[in-house]
Structures are given as C-alpha cells and as structure tokens.
Ligand binder design. Structure first.
Ligand code: F6R
Length: 588
C-alpha cells in the first residue's frame, strides 16, 4: 500500500522520483507527490490522482528529494492528504498506519501545533520536528513514540544533503551507484543494472548522504554491515509487450508462469522441506484474496489425495482467532507480494506458537520470505496489473506439488501435475471465447458463479476478479447451496456462470443450472464435461480440455480471468488499476 521513493546524488532528483513513482503505482494511485530540496529550500508538489498528474514537477531543480504514491487509509484521497507532509523544517513520506496517531496528534495540537491534513502520517513530521539533535537521532526518538507500521523517508532543511529512512513492518530498500543513493518501498522502483541494493530489516535506520556510501544502523543506532542482495535488474523493467493492458499480457503468461513454478520437491535444494512435508501432521494455510482462493484449492487437494486434516484460513481472521497450533504444524503462507500485512502477521503468530512456516511468494527478498523457515517461489514474473492472474495459477502449481509431497509422505499419491501444462495452454486459447458473452454482463444487476468441489473455489476466484475490476456485484457460490435462500436474488438481470469439471458432480451442478434458468437467468457454462453442452438452457459455453477435476481451477480460472477483463473494459474501467485497490496491501 503506497509507494515511497527517495534520491540524493549528482543528478536532478525530480525525474528520478517521478520515474520511480511510476514504477510503484501498482501500490496505490489515488494521489501522489514529491518534495525536492535545493539550497535548503523544500518545494512540495502534490496532486490527487495518478503520478502523471505531477508532470510539471519534473522540471524542479535540486539533487535531493522524496516522493510518494498513495492508497488512502486515513483521510480521503485529496491533494491536502497526499504526501509528502511538512512540519517546520521537516518533510516526510510514510507507508503504513500509525495506530496511535490520534493521541499523538492531540498532544501536538495541545502544544499549539497546526495540522494541514487528515492523515495519520502527518504526525510523524510533527514528532520529528519537535526533537533536538541531528536528523537520525530525531527520527529515532520519534519512532519510539509511534505504534503501528511504517516505512518513512525524511528530509530536513537543517541537513540539506541527507535522507534518513527507517521501517517497521513495512518494506524499505536502499540502493546506491556512482550517481547517488536511493530509497524505495520496493526493489523495482530503484532497480537498475549495476546498482547495489540493500534490504532494511525491521527497526533499522539508514542515512543517505550525498557523496558517501549508505550507512545502516540498528534500532540502538549501532552501525550495521549489510550485504547487497542479488537481484535481476533486467527482469524488473515491466513492459506491455504489445498488449493493451498488463492484465491481458499477464493472463497470456499463465502457461509460462505455471511451467516455471512447478517445483521438483525431491531435488537437492528442497530436500529439507520435503522431509518436513513428509512428516507434517497438521497443515494451516493462510492468505488473503486470490491467494486465499489458491489456498482453498490446495486444501481440497490435500484432503482428497493426502487425507490430511488441512485448513485454509483468511489471514486477517487467523491472526485474531487464537489459533490452535499443534506440534508438527506446517503453516503455508501464500502471498504474491510477500508483503501483505495480515498474511505476515498470521505467519509470525503461527511461528511464535511453534509452527514451521513455508512461504509461497512471487517476490524475492519480501518480508514473508525473510520470516519463513522455507520458501517455495512462484516464478510468475512481475505482476503489474492489480488483479492477480498468473500469480494465482503459479501458486496452484506450487501448492498442488506441496500437497503431492504430503500425500507421498503418507504413503499415498496425488495424480501427476505434468498433464496440466498442455491443458493450460489449450485452455488459454479457448478462454478468448468468453469475449462474446460480454453483452450479457455489461449491464447486469449482479452475477453468480456456481460450482461444486474444486469448481466452487474457481467460482470464488472468478467472482472476486469480476467484482474487483468491473465493479459489478457478484458472488461465487456452492452450486448446491443456492436453493437455501440465494435463489431469491436470481432473475433475468443476473447472468450465471456455471463451472463443471467433475463428471461425478456434473449432474448436481446442472440441477442448479435448471433452477436459475427457470428464474430467467442467462446461463454460461465453463466445462470440460462434453455431455453438459447438450443442455438447451445454456446461452453459451466454453469447452476446456480434460484434466484431473481436483486440479481444474488451474484451467477454469483462465476464461474467468478473461471474462472479468473484457467486462471491465466494456464498462469503461481500467483493468490494470481498479478503483480503491492496490497491488500490495501492507496495512491491516
Ligand atoms: C485479487 C487480488 C487481491 C490479492 C490479495 C493478497 O485479484 O489481487 O485479492 O490477492 O490482496 O495479495 P498477496 O497475494 O500479495 O498477499
């Protein structure tokens, strides 16, 4: 949530900040701003809306500055609530939430200090401005009073060649090359060939001073030696590659994401993990949103083939439910970004209670990766569109493999995963057909996605995708549950998407099709059971290739992603940047 970038060095700061913010926009895009310092004077330019609204700031002179792109938590998206925030000689940008901001603000106001925004962040500038001593000590003293999560970068007119930055429970990285020093909330904002990048740990500080290497300090301000991370700058340059939107490009990349992500868990590097999987007695899966849906899919597969009592939890619920974590529990934390605050907290809690933590994440060096005992990367490549697509399929590849290893450890076996690869490729080609369904959905009152077994999880994901980018109300529903109340909502303005991939359950789901058709709904079918196609009540259908029913969300997700994409476009929305959302949800 929100993106931070900062620069001090030999070049003009403004273009570097704006380019960095552009690369960070997937983190939030309701307002943006930069502050550039020159001759001890700070100029702040902020705008409601996207980073491109700051283009006039590109000409600002000055070789030091900080910038921010915002996803509003406290205070509406507006120019006055956009960062950077200034108090006296101090200027800050902040990601995260200061939970005691109200109390701190009241104390500042009691001293006669005036606030210019409704944000929790502004109080940080006030706290720092009230401290004595150099900027580093002032920032540290302010941090001691703050409760919550933060990544902060700070400028001071008193130290016109210095940026001080720090973090707690919100990521921050520092970079340097011959031209200068950089700070950002994400590696891609400052990634470049030949540039060294360092990851700040919780509670650490960094001082970036023109002409010197970056300095790192512990919470007690003792010097810390850091090793640069090994990242692939080439991979970090996102491009649409001829596609109109990143989302479409990323759906097209699903087959590659899946084949790259399928791990061979018996291989050397994963052998320790394989041992743990074989001995696991309890499996907890925590995640949010789309990653939660992939967790549900894994849960299903684990039940089916490993006969293990697994449980998938929404991470934000898990962390507050006082979970029972028996000995030999493996907690699988699934997160594309590796920075989702709720998932991190749930994983940390389980770890505290004795569980081993396995991270399944798409982002190397992410916070989740660093807190986990084991990591299984998804190799989906960077996902820029806010709606998760290829990362979902890549997660399934990894999670199905994990379930297979758990089954093997219990003397059982799961069906092979290799046949999924050609099926995914074929499904992608078929998925385009849903484009012709769009007229039925554009003006719909609401949409239902129905399925049973694994198809139900695909229905949940199809519905989330549609809601997220088309803004149409919709629900993913177990097909057998419809008659217990929900049918009341179905009429001629509620198209229904039925997903049918398990021949054993096909008739049951088709019963639901008859029920909704009888209430006037137009029915659209995603299936690989050819017998279902003969149903005269179906308006249109996509016939997908055969695959193991328990693994079918891997292929049914493709037409579902595509449907959401085309409906969003037809409704005039930007599918890459849906309203009110952000790619990485680093606040609770
Ligand atoms: C949906 C979507 C979100 C994320 C959720 C978890 O398309 O993108 O629901 O799946 O915020 O994010 P990660 O996987 O980064 O933890």
């Amino acid at each position: 949530m929100c993106g931070i970038v900062g620069y001090v060095g030999e070049r003009r700061a403004a273009p570097i900040l704006l380019d960095g913010l552009q690369r960070l926009e997937y983190r939030g895009y309701d307002s943006a701003g930069i502050a550039v310092m020159r001759g001890g004077q700070i100029t702040v330019v902020r705008r409601k809306g996207r980073v491109k609204g700051l283009s006039e700031a590109r000409s600002l002179e000055g070789k030091i500055g900080i910038g921010h792109t915002r996803w509003a938590t406290h205070g509406a998206p507006s120019e006055r609530n956009a960062h950077p925030h200034v108090c006296g000689k101090i200027c800050i940008v902040h990601n995260g939430i200061i939970e005691n901001a109200a109390a701190l603000r009241t104390a500042c106001e009691a001293r006669g200090e005036l606030f210019a925004s409704d944000t929790d962040s502004e109080v940080i500038a006030h706290l720092i401005a009230a401290e004595k001593g150099d900027l580093l000590h002032a920032v540290r003293a302010a941090c001691e009073r703050m409760v919550g999560s933060y990544a902060v970068a700070v400028l001071s007119q008193e130290e016109p060649e210095t940026i001080v930055c720090t973090r707690r429970a919100s990521p921050l990285v520092v970079g340097c090359d011959g031209d200068g020093l950089y700070v950002a909330s994400d590696i891609p904002a400052i990634a470049a060939k030949g540039r060294k990048v360092y990851v700040l740990e919780d509670g650490e500080f960094s001082v970036l001073r023109q002409g010197r290497p970056p300095r790192f300090y512990s919470g007690a301000l003792l010097p810390v030696e850091k090793t640069e991370i090994d990242y692939d700058a080439a991979e970090d340059v996102p491009a649409k590659g001829g596609f109109r939107h990143f989302m479409k490009k990323e759906i097209a990349e699903v087959p590659e994401a899946v084949s790259r992500s399928l791990p061979d868990l018996r291989k050397g590097e994963y052998s320790a993990l394989y041992e743990v999987l074989c001995q696991t007695k309890y499996l907890h899966i925590v995640a949010c949103g789309t990653a939660y849906h992939s967790g549900l899919c894994m849960n299903y597969v684990t039940h089916r083939f490993a006969r293990l009592p697994a449980e998938a939890y929404v991470a934000s619920e898990y962390r507050y439910m006082d979970p029972i974590v028996p000995a030999d529990t493996l907690l699988v934390a699934v997160s594309q970004s590796g920075e989702t605050a709720d998932t991190l907290a749930a994983a940390a809690l389980a770890k505290e209670r004795g569980a081993k933590v396995l991270a399944v994440t798409n982002v190397p060096y992410s916070s989740l990766e660093r807190l986990s005992d084991f990591v299984l990367p998804t190799y989906a490549g960077r996902e820029i569109a806010v709606a998760a697509t290829k990362s979902f399929n890549a997660q399934l590849a990894v999670l199905y493999a994990v379930a297979g290893a758990v089954a093997a450890g219990r003397g059982l076996s799961a069906p092979p995963l290799a046949p999924l690869l050609p099926a995914v490729r074929e499904a992608l080609a078929m998925a385009e057909q849903v484009r012709s369904w769009v007229p039925y959905f554009v003006g719909a009152k609401s949409v239902f996605f129905l399925g049973r077994g694994a198809d139900y999880f695909a229905a949940l994901e199809g519905s989330l995708k549609l809601k997220e980018i088309s803004y149409l109300p919709s629900e993913g529903y177990p097909a057998g549950e419809l008659k217990h109340g929900t049918l009341a909502l179905v009429d001629g303005r509620t198209p229904v998407v039925a997903i049918v991939t398990d021949p054993v359950l096909a008739d049951k789901t088709m019963n639901a099709v008859h029920e909704v058709y009888a209430r006037g709904a137009a029915v659209f079918l995603i299936t690989n059971v050819p017998e279902c196609l003969s149903c005269a009540e179906v308006t249109a259908s996509v016939l997908l290739p055969k695959c193991e029913p328990a693994y079918s969300p891997m292929i049914t997700s493709l037409p579902l992603q595509m449907l959401a994409y085309y409906v969003a476009i037809a409704r005039g929305n930007d599918p890459d940047k849906p309203r009110n959302l952000a790619k990485s949800v680093t606040v609770e």
